[in-house]
Unconditional design. Structure first.
Length: 424
């Protein structure tokens, strides 16, 4: 619950900008703010950065390219890709059914690249830290309370960015959010990593479908998803499996617990099916899951402006308002193994306006990544991690300018993003 009245105890630390969440959006926001000259704290609950890419082993960056293979995200995200390439942890691929280019990652290389990127920018990073309260006054967020192994600490800032994925800061600060009804929410996926899969083993969609069908013919507990993605990762040669879906409320701890247990049980069942029915998998083993579900949808920001599906699909350009580009198609995961792709017009990209990352009711709060203000159709496009780097970068720059006295001046935000190498 946010606090807004009465005399408050003295704060422990003060910053220009505080960013909550160390995933793609959060790293980009913190680096963008720091490179704009602000003293910046980045708060992350895990012991490493990366968000879903590392905490859920979703070792795929989608959204850096449009369907014509043109780069639409640069700046902080571009520098991270260059760090990954230099370290040998970068490998491009494409989905045959949509034509979209993605980047396969090595988890440990990604953690190290994000450490280097934040360190080089001078970001003050605090891992193992969770926001537990926030105080708002006169329409602005004033401070947050953070719990870490040493106890609780009060941190004040001039501007805040919520890049937590689930909108933790927005909720605590009493900012408006949108929560889609569960029946309409996208599924979550437990990423599996398999070892012992020999070179040349069958990783095809057709092979997966046949193996699952053969397994289901003789199993008392049939696997619910017949199609999935298998991909060989760089560096380790492990096989990434996007196979296990759960339709769950990510904001309900009890439901999420049950889904995690169910998903891990399915991960082993898929291994059994592949070892028995898929060529080259005879000696495969399950190296790891997650460690948590890859959550696609929770809260979204009640923003000053909402990106709508019609604008996304029509590749709408907004040269005066744009703070980021998105070239990923509408990708809807409506059920177990049920995925629908709708391409952007001309296989191109659309602009994300400044208002989509600004809280409608907290003047010094921005949100990015899958919190970006959008309707359900646009959300299914702009939620991906490549685009999250872009919206996060913009949110961090906007927060930095606000903290320095330039408040909600879109040309100034665009100019600083361009100075930092972003695509706008």
């Amino acid at each position: 619950m946010h606090r807004s009245e009465g005399k408050q105890p003295q704060v422990d630390e003060e910053f220009d900008v505080v960013v909550v969440g160390g995933g793609s959006a959060g790293v980009a926001a913190a680096v963008g703010a720091a490179r704009a000259g602000c003293r910046t704290r980045l708060i992350e609950k895990y012991g490493f950065l990366g968000g879903a890419a590392t905490a859920a082993s979703v070792s795929i960056y989608c959204g850096f390219f449009d369907q014509r293979r043109r780069r639409v995200v640069d700046g902080v995200g571009g520098r991270v890709l260059r760090r990954l390439r230099e370290a040998g942890g970068y490998q491009e691929g494409s989905f045959p059914w949509s034509g979209n280019t993605f980047v396969l990652l090595d988890v440990e290389t990604t953690k190290a690249a994000l450490d280097r990127e934040t360190s080089a920018a001078g970001v003050d990073v605090r891992l193992h830290s969770t926001v537990v309260a926030a105080r708002r006054q006169d329409g602005r967020a004033r401070e947050i309370e953070v719990s870490d192994p040493a106890g609780r600490h009060r941190i004040a800032a001039r501007a805040f960015v919520d890049a937590s994925g689930d909108g933790a800061l927005c909720a605590l600060a009493g900012a408006g959010v949108r929560v889609t009804p569960l029946a309409e929410r996208q599924t979550s996926t437990l990423v599996c990593r398999y070892g012992g899969v020999v070179p040349g083993a069958d990783l095809s969609r057709e092979g997966v479908q046949a193996a699952v069908a053969a397994h289901n013919c003789c199993s008392p507990e049939p696997l619910p998803r017949e199609k999935g993605v298998l991909a060989r990762l760089p560096v380790t040669g492990e096989v990434l499996g996007l196979l296990v879906d759960e339709h769950v409320d990510a904001l309900d701890a009890a439901a999420l617990t049950g889904a995690e247990v169910s998903a891990r049980r399915q991960a082993r069942a898929y291994l059994d099916a592949f070892r028995t029915h898929l060529s080259g998998w005879e000696h495969a083993c399950l190296l790891g899951t997650g460690p948590q579900l890859g959550i696609r949808e929770g809260r979204r920001l009640h923003a000053r402006e909402e990106v709508c599906g019609a604008d996304a699909l029509a590749a709408r350009k907004r040269p005066r308002e744009s703070i980021a580009r998105c070239g990923w198609p509408v990708e809807v995961h409506s059920g177990q193994g049920a995925t629908r792709f709708v391409p952007i017009e001309g296989k191109g990209w659309y602009d994300i306006p400044y208002g989509a990352i600004c809280s409608a009711d907290v003047d010094n709060l921005w949100a990015a990544g899958r919190l970006t203000g959008s309707d359900a159709e646009a959300f299914a496009s702009l939620r991906v991690m490549g685009t999250a780097f872009a919206t996060g970068h913009a949110a961090g720059v906007a927060a930095a300018l606000y903290a320095s006295g330039t408040r909600h001046v879109v040309p100034a935000v665009r100019a600083e993003l361009l100075r930092q190498g972003a695509c706008v």
